[in-house]
Ligand binder design. Sequence first.
Ligand code: ADP
Ligand code: MG
Length: 321
Amino acid sequence: MSEFDLISSYLSKIGSRRDDVILGVGDDAALVAPKAGQQLAIALDTLISGVHFPVNTTPEDIAYKALAVNLSDLAAIGADPVWATLALTLPDSDESWLKAFAAGFDQLARQHDVQLIGGDTTRGPLSISVQVAGEVPPGKALRRDGGKPGDKLYVTGTIGDAGLGLKSVFGEVADELVFATARLNRPSARVHEGLALRGIASACIDVSDGLLADLQHILDASHCGAIMAVYDVPLSEEVSSHFELLEGWPGVLNAGDDYELCFTVPPSHEPELLQVAEQWDCPIRCIGELCEGRGIRCVDKNGQTLSLTTHGYDHFGSVDE
Ligand code: ADP
Ligand code: MG
């Protein structure tokens, strides 16, 4: 099949059919009609085979994850996803691979009412770039720089699952870990939760590089520090029972790829948070608070400070993990 046949067969009808898409895949550029008075949030993430997903990941899961990590960025800024574009670099024109990839992308795109409106297709080592756009009312975005000392620190879901999933995929765990592997391959983008946090959270980020590293981004932008009660960090059953294998708290708090939201809430907004969060698919947990100063102080149950170093994933950092 030619490049054009591949695109029209498998990539031209992915996701919802949205009224605000005037012209989708097929012309020189897509035409869209943003809602009057809304701002557009734009995010882009690239997934490289062997770096962002194990080489034996299924095409459905690769596509799902490529879109999910982008939707997670929109969730973290409080935007409502609308459109996506896709830059695909493929080693060959394997039709069955592309068909499965399209199915994985389509499934998640429809769930969030997103339409794939264009992209680019090239030949080379497998890599997938997805760009997403989302709408957010002016002044309502969940930025990283709004945290204040005294704000409570929360996370959604559970932390460390994807890191454990990676160990499972690499055969470093005796038993097959279904939950952790699913969390690695099909992360949940907390889009619904991000939208509900508008007007409640003072700062927000998604946990892609490890909880400590990502919380530090909020602290840098908000010019404050944090105290984290590590024993309150929510863990799944699989992570709890493989805690030592993950090397304890340093491993869990530096594990990437969970795509949960880490956010701060002024105490005056907490009652509203607890009320809206009752409707969510995922639990939330208060794990500490912001304070004056810099850095993250992790404390255990006895109030003792744990010395944990942050080594979130850094593509250009020294390779120590
Ligand atoms: P051009 O040479 O004008 O850039 P292309 O051949 O790259 O055109 O693309 C033709 C059409 O197919 C465009 O509308 C483009 O957006 C769409 N397209 C190409 N690759 C993809 C892809 N991977 N996913 C979605 N749409 C794509
Ligand atoms: Mg092109």
